[in-house]
Design a protein around this ligand. Structure first.
Ligand code: GUN
Ligand code: FE
Length: 474
């Protein structure tokens, strides 16, 4: 049956195609064509059989032998896969360490040393398998990864992801300036290896359904020369690739970046000048953007990866994502492992909510020149956090028409959540009077999803699908 051409999921279907709007289809049915990995139709409260549904969706008679029906329990629901718009695969090697340090000290004391060890591609072979499996277990179907500066280890990372079946952007980190001697590269090597990596990753999978795409990755302005940034901008243009980097994370970093390019009006303008700030760009952090940088981000159609765990854990500050969203800048969530200490996007959702609440409280209490901005100072709701982790993340990755919600013709990247999994940190409905006695099923689901966002963890992620394929189950 697992090889049946079609799968039909029967049960509760949850997604949030629009920021703030939770869509719950109880008694839903969702069909997938496994050969294309796409959703062929979604129905609600239907009396039709799976075969009748699939036949109506594909426009021809399909017999039940060609269909696997998958019934969810009353405690389970199907939702879009979680999207991590910013993480560093090698940094799992020192997870949870150094969170008393600010960014630049943390980089110098732990990050560069651990990353430099990936000069040994055998380490990458041993290490990355467990890293990717762990991320997938957390329900992440699509992630934007930083590797290291090393060509071979990055290829291992890309191959490992492809073998496990996750969707990903993978970047060869570039750093040819102001970097320790044991972990730096010449400008020439940086650009040559980046292009070679791009060719390898594209060449390793030339099918239409490619899961892993290279992403142009200047580490950040302080570790990249003019020539390096210029060359990377040209490569991004030549291959029309996505771009990722760090921007305005920490005050010392910002000073450092500006000192490297004293003629630039701002940190963000440096990336812009070299063709690295456009609609395919994901900028992590953006905690301390100036007004003119926010305007430049908006005009350039660049996106923000909001990494609240990292921003708390390295004391970087709080990004005002409500403002970015109001100004039309796409925002998604990032774990930023190991600046953040967990690969959980559920954690990123609640950290985003906490960051937003802290910012509002700070504005309220600091008075004077920081007045509460009433309508804009609205706490981040669970449904909004869920949007950032799914459809919002898809937009940041430039794939919002293909992913992010459970709609017909989209790719089926999805997870089955079990709120009653063994050892679940979410209490049962019976033990939650507010849910059990809710006035309506809609209200009960709204509250249940708040519990999912604030309480659930990888134990509640029982199945993970990417492009219609089951890549993890418990
Ligand atoms: N800025 C430059 N490199 C890094 C990194 O590895 N992590 C974080 N959080 N910020 C950075
Ligand atoms: Fe980062």
């Amino acid at each position: 049956m697992a090889s049946a051409k079609y799968a039909v999921f029967l049960g509760c279907i949850v997604d949030t195609p629009v920021m703030g709007q939770l869509r719950v289809r109880t008694n839903g049915a969702l069909g997938v064509d496994r050969s294309t990995g796409r959703i062929i139709g979604v129905a609600e409260q239907t009396e039709l059989s799976s075969a009748e549904l699939v036949s109506s969706w594909v426009g021809q008679i399909v017999h039940s032998e060609a269909i696997e029906s998958i019934s969810l329990t009353a405690d389970q629901f199907l939702m879009p896969g979680l999207i991590d718009t910013h993480t560093h695969a090698p940094q799992f090697a020192f997870l949870g360490i150094g969170h008393d340090l600010p960014l630049m000290d943390w980089l110098n004391k732990y990050t560069f040393k651990h990353e430099s060890e990936f000069k040994d591609a055998d380490l990458a072979r041993r290490f990355y398998k467990d890293v990717i499996a762990r991320i997938v277990r957390n329900g992440v179907t699509f992630a934007a990864y930083y590797g290291t500066i090393h060509l071979e280890s990055n290829r291992v990372l890309a191959q490992t992801i492809r073998q496990i079946g996750q969707r990903a952007y993978v970047g060869k980190v570039c750093m040819d300036a102001n970097s320790p001697a044991y972990y730096s590269e010449s400008t020439e090597d940086s650009l040559r290896d980046t292009e070679e990596f791009i060719r390898q990753v594209i060449g390793d999978d030339e099918t239409q359904q490619r899961l892993v795409t290279p992403i142009v990755t200047p580490r950040f302005v302080p570790t990249c020369s003019h020539e390096c940034l210029e060359g990377l901008g040209a490569l991004a243009e030549k291959y029309q690739l996505p771009i990722q980097s760090h921007l305005c994370e920490n005050p010392s970093e910002i000073e450092f970046a500006k000192s490297c390019f004293p003629d630039s009006p701002s940190y963000a303008h440096i990336y812009h000048k070299y063709g690295l700030l456009n609609s395919r760009t994901i900028m992590a952090h953006c905690v301390h953007l100036s007004d003119s940088e926010i305007a430049l981000m908006r005009e350039s159609k660049a996106s923000v990866s909001h990494c609240p765990n990292s921003n708390f854990s390295l004391g970087s500050g709080i990004a005002d994502i409500r403002r970015f969203i109001d100004e039309g800048i796409p925002v998604g969530l990032g774990t930023d492992v190991g600046g953040g200490y967990t690969p959980s996007i559920l954690d990123a959702m609640r950290m985003a909510a906490a960051a937003n609440r802290a910012l509002i409280a700070f504005r309220r209490d600091s008075g004077g020149d920081q007045p509460a901005r009433s309508s804009k100072d609205k706490p981040l709701e669970a449904a909004e956090a869920l949007f950032l982790a799914t459809q919002g993340g898809a937009r940041v990755m430039g794939m919002d028409e293909q992913l992010g919600s459970l709609d017909t013709n989209k790719l089926f990247d999805a997870i089955v959540v079990d709120m009653n999994a063994p050892n679940s940190p979410v209490p049962s409905v019976d033990a939650t009077p507010a849910v059990r006695d809710a006035d309506s099923p809609d209200e009960a689901w709204r509250l249940r999803l708040e519990q999912f966002v604030f309480l659930a963890d990888d134990r509640n992620i029982s199945r993970v699908y990417v492009g219609g394929k089951l890549i993890h189950s418990v």
